[in-house]
Design a protein around this ligand. Structure first.
Ligand SMILES: [Zn+2]
Length: 89
């Protein structure tokens, strides 16, 4: 019924979608996007919270979040890395 969520993941996913709209990768498949998410998340602090399953979280903006500029910088860096050498053929 309860699940752990990492708010940083939500923020990174949003930042990635925004970035890809402006600057599409040569391959934007699910695998590459997952690689980018993993790479960026490993470099950013996690922000876990408990959520009721299915509940839409709206109060997270009040929590201490990783800096937006830092999130975007890590997303851009991960995009460039994956774009240069995708982990699949
Ligand atoms: Zn790909």
């Amino acid at each position: 019924m309860y699940e752990l969520k990492n708010h940083t993941e939500t923020v990174v996913r949003q930042a990635l979608q925004d970035y890809l709209k402006r600057k599409p990768l040569s391959c934007g498949c699910e695998r590459c996007q997952a690689d980018i998410m993993a790479m960026a998340l490993n470099r950013l602090p996690a922000r876990y919270f408990v959520s009721l399953k299915g509940e839409i979280i709206t109060q997270w903006e009040s929590q201490a979040l990783p800096d937006q500029a830092r999130v975007m910088a890590e997303v851009v860096r991960a995009c460039q890395q994956v774009d240069a050498s995708p982990s699949h053929e």
